[in-house]
Design a protein around this ligand. Structure first.
Ligand code: FES
Length: 85
């Protein structure tokens, strides 16, 4: 699924970039800007940010181990349930 239409970035590419960054540095804080940079692109309109962030947070490797502010296991289901409710 295309997440960022301006830059044609798919959910698969975002997940691959998050996994790659986590493998390269277990303690790095992964941000949308870092994902764009890893993919060699820049955000344009920013309209994709909510879905872009949800995609990043759904990655098993998104969180930093031992950091309660960024848990290794994302809490995606409660966030989605809140939107649908
Ligand atoms: S849709 Fe992603 S920057 Fe515009």
């Amino acid at each position: 699924m295309i997440v960022c239409h301006c830059m044609s970035i798919s959910d698969h590419e975002i997940r691959a970039a998050v996994d790659w960054m986590r493998a390269a540095d277990p303690s790095t804080i992964i941000t949308p800007g870092k994902v764009y940079h890893a993919l060699g692109k820049k955000a344009d309109c920013g309209g994709c940010m909510p879905v872009f962030l949800d995609t990043m947070r759904s990655c098993e490797s998104f969180g930093v181990a031992g950091d309660p502010a960024r848990p290794a296991a994302p809490m995606l289901k409660p966030m989605r349930a809140r939107r649908l409710g």
